[in-house]
Ligand binder design. Sequence first.
Ligand SMILES: [Zn+2]
Length: 292
Amino acid sequence: MTDFEGNAFDRVIYYALQPLLVIGAIVYWYDDPSDAARFLIALLAVHLILGAIEYIRPARYDWRQPGVEKALYVFIVLVLLVLSGTIGDFYRENITAPFAALREALNLDVWPREWPLLVQVAMVFFASEFIWYWMHRAEHRWRIVWRTTGHGAHHAFKRLGAINFGLNHPLELLVLALPTLIVDLTFGVGVAAAGSVMITSIQASIAHTNIRLNSDGIGWLLTTNEYHLRHHSMILEESNTNYGCAAIVWDRLFRTFSAGVTAETGIGPSEPTLWQKALMPIKEPTDSQVAP
Ligand SMILES: [Zn+2]
């Protein structure tokens, strides 16, 4: 993706889209961090922009999701977002007190709340991504983890777009909520955790998008779609790299980073139906090549 050809519009998209979306969302959130609605508004705006560009300038025309399919995916993601909120509330109601007790017992009340908020957001973001890196790596390492989290369902799509960030098995929502929550509750972070969740969600959306984007420079710290689509490769050796869905720095540090063109995505030659994807925790498709 680094050899770039295209007109001025394509060039602006290629170099500026990812930084502009991430910085724009942060600026919007920072204006009123206590407003919980800003996360959803920023996420919606990012998806409207990515969806429009995927339609008029897709990187791969054969990946354009037809209207009915896209509408179904949007509906599923909205349902899953509501479910994620419920799961987050459930966790907070049940584990906030034990984590507070643990923080007190281990003297972990060290979070620098007096530091600039954006510095704290960056700290939560990279710490959460560190936890996610190992959880995600475990999903690809052990069959029992792959199955019980339903992670295969997320990998089973052959045509990817930004909306795929949210197309996860309902079981996996129990896991996806944990990294930021663990950092937040262990250290009693507060509002900076919300900023981190927003950046993670927007970065994960960009990581799945079907638009030609630059990876140079920005790709030292943050995941780009070149790197993440490679993680979705149907070739096992390529799929078992780039576990960071929002930050890539941990893959670079722990030597699981890889770059390059990804020919085909999915778990195998064919894409399972939605029902087959839903049943993947108990029955892996026979032609699956990337399952552990
Ligand atoms: Zn994965």
